[in-house]
Design a protein around this ligand. Structure first.
Ligand code: HEC
Length: 114
């Protein structure tokens, strides 16, 4: 389903927090906002990287070829552990992605290790 399954937990949170940049279909905008569909970081066996990007945010590197810099804000302050787990589980299992979901305690563990 192009927009992801709207009945899944995390779908609405995704639309509220992420879709402005990564788009409802998860494909982002080329060269600006990464595609989450078919993204190896999103689908990695270990969800650690994707959870930390969501909690801490990220910036594209600034290079001479790409002088503009785009940033993703940190979401740690506005998402509960459950929200973050639901969003990450949603993006790991939408738009053809097929990776395991994760539970809130995993997010909590990562948060306390930062
Ligand atoms: C204001 C725009 C914006 C919003 C809102 C946003 N992102 Fe991002 N996101 C970005 C940018 C820009 C990058 C690329 C950063 C980089 O290259 O290091 C990125 C990168 C990512 C990555 C890493 C992809 C990769 O291949 O490196 C993931 C995963 C991700 N975002 C998920 C999310 C999720 C989930 C949300 C909602 C909780 C979200 N983003 C909200 C702009 C945004």
């Amino acid at each position: 389903m192009v927009r992801g399954d709207a009945t899944k937990r995390g779908a609405l949170l995704y639309l509220d927090n992420c879709a402005a940049c990564h788009r409802p279909d998860g494909r982002g905008y080329e060269g600006v906002f990464q595609s989450l569909a078919g993204n190896p970081i999103v689908e990695a066996d270990d969800a650690l990287s994707v959870v930390s990007i969501v909690l801490l945010g990220s910036k594209t590197p600034r290079t001479s070829m790409t002088p503009a810099q785009f940033a993703m804000p940190a979401f740690a302050w506005r998402l509960t552990d459950q929200d973050a787990a639901d969003i990450v589980s949603f993006i790991r299992s939408s738009w053809g992605n097929d990776a395991k979901s994760l539970e809130a305690p995993k997010v909590a563990a990562l948060r306390s290790s930062n």
